[in-house]
Structure formats: C-alpha cells, structure tokens
Design a protein around this ligand. Structure first.
Ligand SMILES: Cc1ncc(COP(=O)(O)O)c(C=O)c1O
Length: 442
C-alpha cells in the first residue's frame, strides 16, 4: 500500500544557494483546481483585495525581503538544521540491515519552538506596513499564539489571541508564555474551531485598524498562498541542505497535517520535482472509524468553510464535525485548499496515525535521539514505522519536526499513567477470572 517506486538519480539541477526571495507569480483567483477561492461577504472583498495587493508588493520589495531575511536569521534563528537521525535510522532498518536514512528538519529549534513563527513574522511585518497595529488571531496548541505574541512584542503591535477553553486546559504552558509576551488571551467555549470563528468576528468588527493573522494555509484567498509563501523557507532550506549533505534531493518528504502549513512549507519547493514523494500525515485520533479524529483529507467531504473550498469534516447536513486529536494543533475541521488539490491530483499521498501511535513515536524520539517532538510532529514520525519498510536501502527521507514537545510532556505522562492503571486492572481482572474459574472447577 505504501510502495514507492525505485528512486531516480538525484538531479544535478538542485540549487545550492539559498534565497528567501519568492519566485511565485501573481494569481488573482487563489484557486487550486476546484479548491480555494474567496467565499466571503461583499464587505470583506475590498479588505482581502487590499491585503493581496500589499502582499505581492511586499514580496517584490527588496527592503521588505531584506528585513524579513535578517529577522528570520537573527530573531527566529534560521536556517534550522537538517539533522541526520542516526539512531532512529538504525531503529527503522529491516532485519537485513537495509533501510532509508532519516533526516529531521528541525523547525522545533526556531524561536518559540515551532514552524509557526516563519508565517507569524512575515504577516506581522505586512500588517505593520499596512498601518494595522492591532493583530487578532486564534490558536489551538498555542504554538501559533506564542509565535504571534512574540513577533507582536518585537514589532510593537497589540495582540489578541482567541483560544478554546478546552485547549487552554490542555496547553497551559503556552497560555502563560502568550501572556508574558504581552498578548491578551481570550477564552472561548470549545476548541480551535470556535476560537477561529471568534477571531474572524473580532476582525470584522474592526476592519479599519485590525489585522487577522491566520496560522495555517486556510481561509479565503490570499491567505493560503500568503501563509504557504512565508513557510516555504522550510523547503528552500531543505533543497540547499540536501545538496550540501548528499549532493542530491530528498526521496521522500513527510509532514504532519493540521491546517497544512508545515506540510506546504516543506512540499512547495519540490512540487515540480516528480521524483520527490510528498507524504502528509493526518490525525486518526481514536481511529478513522471512531468518529473521533481530524483526518480531513482521508475522511472529509468537499465544502466551503471560513471562506475557502476544501475538504472538511462535516455531517450530512453540512454542519462542521468537531475534530479531535491528542496533538491539539492538528484539530482543524478544514485543511488548506492546495493540499486538497495535491490529494486529488495524486501529487501528494495522505495517511493517518492514531493517538497511540503518535505517543509511541514521541517517546521513541526522546529515547533514541534526545529530542522531544511536538505531539503534532510525532504523527509524521510515527508514519516512519509504515513507510520505511517500503523504501529502497539508502533512500533519503526528510521528516518535518514541526515543533518541540515540552508543551506535551504532561499529556504523555498522563497516557503512561493511564496505561499503567489499565495494565494493573487487566492483571487484577485476569487473576479474578482465574480465581472464578478455579472456584467453579472446585
Ligand atoms: C508543532 C506543530 N506542528 C504542526 C501543527 C499543525 O499545523 P499545520 O498543519 O498548519 O502545520 C501545529 C499547530 O498548532 C503545531 O503547533
């Protein structure tokens, strides 16, 4: 099922120089096949048109690009390493000693601990350029909230972050950080789905002064393109680093998918390189048939949500079904329209990983490499168990380690405690059962 064809010889055309400058061309429709677009009330059209105009102007403005490049280097800490995970590679080798080489793109080492800051920084700079001094956003796991709060402090912007009360309970360390960074954290009943609706409401009531800063490749045009563009630095660096390390391209790229920003950031650079496989990993939660998952691409239906057409978790009446995952940041009811397009045209493949598989992958990376990955990234890492046995010896796999997992340590501990209790109960039940059996035999 996960068979990939034999690797091709690495292309010598891969560039070794890194430029943060964009090479995209202007597209007014924001359509990816049937997906994407701008499904918004007339009132917001002018706003989004202005944003699009400013975005493309900034991309072609040498000064903006220089400032962004300097901040990515000196503030965010780019470029992030492409780390050869030697012991993880050994773990995934077959009995014959053959298997792929695994490299981690260390987005967890960014300032703030995740890839989210690449986009937050770019957009906050754009907002300031547009004279919008008040930033409004929503966060799930809190990583995007922390990134936005940090760049707002740096740029002197005010920041409101909406967050579901359930997520506030699950990710308290990030809530503390956001507040320390000067953001106002507003609690909303529910989770990310509800918080993101509230952020849009706040923005719409202050269109003149505020800027809505989406944290993933979702929403109406130009948001998916803009977020992808600011995240595409990930893939650009990977191309350069792969060339330096082994003189070719990666064979497979693997990234977890919530809204899809770390996946698109990694994939975009390689979409035209047909010999590079693109694999997205969604959250299967308690299992794809359980009804409690966030596997939008595996189980969703096409529809319109938050201004864009894409795959969505929705019921027969078109009502959004609440997503679930132990990786809070993967709980997105919709997914980026460009990923929907890549799924339908077959350029990228998507799979799903359960909570339990992700938890094991989290602990495996801690023990084998001394790196604690975010539970979101652990979904991508868990997929290696299924992927590696299908790959030719020596092929190069790059996994997006999209964030660090100290925010998740308590969750992992709870899971371990629960397992210990379940094992104890099973043991005492089985001794009761054998006693019952013994009694009945007597
Ligand atoms: C560390 C990390 N990885 C991945 C994600 C999922 O988002 P996306 O699919 O946009 O990369 C999140 C979201 O919060 C995150 O915090």
């Amino acid at each position: 099922m996960f068979k990939f064809s034999k690797q091709k010889t690495p292309s010598s055309s891969a560039s070794c120089s890194l430029s943060y400058k964009s090479n995209i061309s202007y597209s007014s429709s924001g359509k990816f096949g049937e997906f994407g677009g701008k499904f918004v009330p007339e009132l917001l059209m002018t706003c989004l048109d202005d944003l699009e105009h400013e975005f493309y102007k900034a991309l072609n403005d040498v000064k903006f690009q220089e400032e962004l490049g300097t901040s990515l280097t000196d503030y965010v800490g780019r470029e992030t390493p492409l780390y050869y995970a030697e012991r993880l590679t050994k773990h995934h080798k077959g009995k014959d000693g053959c298997g792929p080489e695994i490299y981690l793109k260390r987005e967890d080492l960014n300032h703030g601990g995740a890839h989210k800051i690449n986009n937050a920084l770019g957009q906050a700079m754009l907002a300031k350029r547009m004279g919008r001094m008040s930033i409004v956003t929503a966060t799930g796991a809190g990583q995007h909230g922390v990134a936005t709060a940090a760049v707002c402090a740096k740029l002197g912007l005010s920041c409101i972050v909406f967050m579901g009360n359930l997520d506030i309970q699950r990710q308290p360390s990030n809530v503390r950080l956001m507040k320390l960074l000067g953001a106002q954290v507003k609690s909303v009943d529910g989770n990310y789905k509800d918080a993101s609706s509230e952020a849009v409401r706040e923005w719409v009531s202050n269109l003149e002064t505020s800027y809505h800063l989406p944290g993933s490749v979702i929403g109406p045009h130009p948001c998916p393109t803009m977020v992808r563009e600011f995240q595409s630095v990930i893939g650009k660096e990977v191309r350069k680093q792969a060339m330096e390390k082994w003189g070719g391209k990666p064979d497979v790229l693997v990234a977890c998918v919530g809204g899809g920003s770390n996946a698109m950031g990694l994939f975009h650079e390689f979409i035209q390189d047909e010999d590079v496989k693109l694999v997205g990993v969604e959250a299967a939660g308690y299992g794809l048939e359980s009804g409690r998952h966030s596997a939008t691409l595996s189980k969703g239906i096409v529809g319109v949500y938050h201004g864009t057409m894409s795959y969505l978790l929705q019921d027969d009446e078109g009502q959004i079904i609440g997503p679930y995952s132990i990786g809070v940041g993967l709980e997105c009811p919709g997914v980026g329209p460009e990923l929907s397009y890549l799924k339908d045209n077959g350029r990228a493949k998507f799979h799903a990983i359960t909570d339990e598989e992700a938890l094991h992958a989290y602990k495996r990376l801690c023990r084998l490499e001394g790196i604690f990955p975010a539970l979101e990234a652990s979904h991508a890492l868990a997929f290696l168990e299924k992927l590696c046995p299908t790959l030719p010896d020596g092929s190069k796999v790059v996994v997006s380690c999209s964030g660090r997992g100290d925010k998740d340590a308590a969750t992992v501990q709870k899971f371990d405690n629960l397992h210990a209790i379940t094992a104890l109960m099973a043991k005492s039940n089985s001794s009761n059962t054998s006693k019952d059996l013994f009694d009945s035999e007597v």
